[in-house]
Design a protein around this ligand. Structure first.
Ligand SMILES: C[S@@+](CC[C@H](N)C(=O)[O-])C[C@H]1O[C@@H](n2cnc3c(N)ncnc32)[C@H](O)[C@@H]1O
Length: 386
């Protein structure tokens, strides 16, 4: 860690590095609103009273580290409030937070999140395909953990790569119950004696879904409780920048070693897994089609069947014959009126006949959205040329 990586409130935050120490202290040194996505796996406050044993009397290694011990629930709540406030300060206005926990802590965290004006978007249940059995047989097998996804405030334009998640899920909408195995096999970090390096190492598959779905390549992902480095490893692999904070030097060393062995996927492949979602595409007002000469005042538009027609006026409004006389308004308003429905996306309803200059090269009418995409592409092209 170099000195200038921890300087207070520098203009840009450190990137792609692990800060060793307390997350409150380190977050206080970051500039405000510099982080795009936070994943937090905070202490659970398990409050284990006695050693847990398997039926063969071997000891179950659970979470009994000092970092998981708090004097009281009030103490834990204070800690939670402090780190959530710190996260809120460093999150960009359109940033979002994922936090994972068990029944011991997640309800307290959820309540404090709402107290602090975060806006909960979903809770996700991670169903473990291979949970640890309940050895005493006095309760249900604890087979899931809960994640809360919240944006910084109501109305934030948080990132949600809906299409990428759908593609990841065989073209089905991604649901809020995720069936994934716990971290095991080659992924699980172990020391020379085969003992797990970290008691709560999360599976990379869980972070893959979150980082792929809720950030864009190049954005900054922060994990204030980095542990064995899972968040950083997946962020690096997916071409995101990352920043991890961890108080235990042993875990910091393990995470650094793991990161050194992680290769990012190549640029083109990242583009494929995270295309720009339609919702995030730059807005193109209908009037731009006229200004760019793709449409002219007087041009006729039709519905896809060619039975309903509307005329384009110079100010970007349309006129059409409606059920109760002429209607005039935006492409959306007129589209809705001529169909007698409450709402219509005019970009996908109205079509225009091809003509020279529009450059369609097609005989069949094209839907307005095609012309809109052409404008977006020409804008992107001129941005790239500088
Ligand atoms: C539940 S574990 C995170 C495990 C991690 N997600 C992984 O996959 O390895 C919580 C981590 O937070 C660290 N920790 C606890 N309190 C901290 C604090 N105040 N500042 C920074 N790290 C802290 C602990 O050392 C522990 O490694």
């Amino acid at each position: 860690m170099t000195k200038n990586k921890t300087r207070a409130n520098t203009k840009s935050p450190p990137r792609n590095t692990i800060l060793h120490g307390d997350c409150l202290e380190h977050m206080a040194k970051l500039p405000p609103e510099c982080v795009d996505l936070v994943f937090a796996d905070p202490p659970y406050n398990l409050q284990l009273q006695q050693t847990l044993r398997r039926p063969n009397q071997s000891e179950v290694r659970s979470v009994d580290e000092d970092w998981d011990k708090f004097a009281s629930l009030a103490d834990y709540d204070r800690f939670t409030r402090d780190w959530l406030r710190a996260v809120r300060r460093v999150l960009s206005p359109d940033g979002a937070l994922w936090v994972i926990g068990s029944y011991h802590n997640i309800f307290r965290i959820g309540a404090i999140l709402q107290e602090l004006d975060f806006w909960i978007l979903n809770d996700v249940v991670w169903r473990k395909s291979n949970p640890m059995p309940n050895f005493r047989g006095r309760r249900f097998t604890n087979a899931h953990e809960t994640l809360i996804w919240a944006c910084r405030a109501k109305g934030s334009r948080y990132v949600f790569n809906y299409g990428s998640l759908k593609a990841l899920n065989d073209d089905l909408q991604m649901r809020s119950d995720w069936y994934l195995p716990i971290c095991n096999g080659h992924e699980r970090l172990r020391d020379e004696d085969g003992v797990r390096v970290h008691p709560t190492q999360k599976p990379e598959s869980l972070l893959y879904r979150i980082i792929l779905g809720c950030s864009r390549p190049g954005q900054l992902v922060l994990d204030p409780f980095l542990g064995s480095g899972t968040t950083a490893v997946v962020a690096r692999r997916l071409g995101r920048d990352w920043l991890g904070i961890e108080s235990d030097s042993g875990y910091v060393a393990a995470a650094r070693e793991r990161l050194a062995a992680t290769r990012p996927v190549a640029g083109d492949e990242i583009d494929l897994v995270a295309p720009v979602e339609k919702r995030d595409a730059p807005r193109v007002p209908f009037g731009l089609l006229l200004e760019h000469g793709l449409l002219r005042a007087g041009d006729m538009l039709s519905d896809p069947s060619g039975r309903i027609h509307a005329r384009v006026r110079a100010d970007g409004t349309l006129v059409a014959r409606g059920v109760h006389g002429d209607v005039c308004g935006s492409i959306h308003q007129v589209g809705a009126a001529v169909q007698g429905v409450g709402a219509c996306n005019g970009w996908n309803f109205w079509c225009v006949a091809p003509r020279n200059g529009r450059g369609d090269g097609a005989a069949a009418p094209v839907v307005l959205d095609v012309l809109r995409q052409r404008i977006r592409a020409s804008r992107e092209g001129s941005k790239a040329k500088g």
